[in-house]
Design a protein around this ligand. Structure first.
Ligand SMILES: [Zn+2]
Length: 339
């Protein structure tokens, strides 16, 4: 199909989805839209160029989203919605809850002022043992290495893990840009987080890096300030952002799920009831442990939550990033859940 025709079809579909989606209809049963954000960064911030396209929304776009959600929904905090549901109290017909994964420093810098100005409640899922440290997520390390150093890929491929990936998924002779690295990162996910971190440690990634990487996550002080605003609730996103697959031992699962709760509760002097599965991965045992320790959990599965059908521990969300939501029409189409 010709690109121009494809674009026309996409635009037409977005127009219909925006006009006819569930966010525009009255609902006979209570529904909840949980929006999933990661990073809020303006394009001129140098961190923007070093992030996967699917992870970022600009502050202008985020502010527009907050305006739109106020127009279409009862904006509610996720813990409040969970409380109402648990106590069998009436739920809003069309509710929307804002969530941020990981605890990025930019959430404090760019999202928090907008949240305060608009008085929007939000939940941040923090990586408990990494908040306030210089920890970098491995996808960001890969992105920074490949974009900052033209010889990084060949240096990496001297390591068996990256060499194996090159064999399994031969690299096309294509310009290495953000989109390319995003594909490379998705292919790397077939290895475990610890395998990838070990390989990066082995190749001494910091020495290969030709760009500065500021701290990814916010400090405890910033997290506490957000909580003290009365608008932001902090949930757990594990201790180390480990993907909770069947490959993870029981001991590690307990650490990631139960200890992260204790750490955040101690730091914030408040109860942590909500959990978020890294990368949306969870084994049956992980789900059981989360059930034993929390009141509810969010996944990365796409969907509008219907109060009567959805388990509190597998709450679906609507992921938003810049390319799919930077106009009112595109954002509306995203809320429709069609695209
Ligand atoms: Zn995450």
């Amino acid at each position: 199909m010709k690109p121009a025709l494809k674009q026309l079809l996409k635009t037409t579909a977005a127009t219909f989805a925006n006009r006819l989606g569930a966010h525009r209809q009255s609902s006979s049963t209570p529904k909840l839209w949980i929006l999933m954000y990661h990073r809020i960064l303006p394009k001129q911030d140098r961190r923007f160029a070093l992030e996967e396209p699917g992870m970022v929304v600009t502050p202008d776009t985020f502010a527009m989203h907050m305006n739109e959600v106020k127009r279409h929904f009862d904006v509610i905090s996720l813990p409040e919605w969970v409380r109402l549901k648990q106590q069998n109290l009436p739920l809003p017909r069309k509710a929307c809850a804002i969530t941020f994964d990981d605890g990025w420093a930019d959430n404090y810098e760019y999202a928090f002022p907008i949240i305060q100005a608009e008085k929007i409640p939000a939940t941040i899922f923090a990586v408990a043992e990494k908040i306030g440290t210089d920890f970098q997520f491995w996808p960001n390390i890969i992105m920074a290495l490949l974009l900052s150093n033209p010889s990084a890929l060949s240096a990496m491929q001297k390591h068996p893990l990256f060499a194996k990936l090159a064999q399994m998924s031969p690299i096309p002779s294509k310009l290495i840009d953000r989109e390319y690295v995003a594909v490379y990162i998705s292919q790397l996910k077939q290895f475990s987080d610890s395998e990838i971190f070990t390989a990066l440690y082995d190749i001494e990634w910091r020495a290969l890096l030709n760009v500065a990487m500021p701290n990814a996550l916010m400090s405890w002080e910033q997290l506490i300030m957000m909580q003290q605003s009365g608008l932001v609730t902090i949930g757990s996103h594990t201790c180390n952002h480990k993907r909770l697959t069947v490959a993870v031992s029981d001991e590690e699962l307990v650490h990631e799920i139960a200890l992260s709760k204790t750490i955040i509760e101690t730091r914030l002097s408040s109860v942590v009831d909500l959990f978020c599965f890294p990368n949306g991965d969870y084994s049956p045992r992980a789900l059981e442990l989360v059930g034993n320790n929390y009141l509810a959990a969010v996944t990365t599965k796409k969907g509008i939550v219907t109060a009567n059908t959805c388990s509190n521990y597998e709450l679906t969300r609507i992921g938003v990033h810049e390319e799919v939501s930077n106009s009112r029409r595109l954002f509306g189409a995203r809320l429709a859940g069609w695209l």
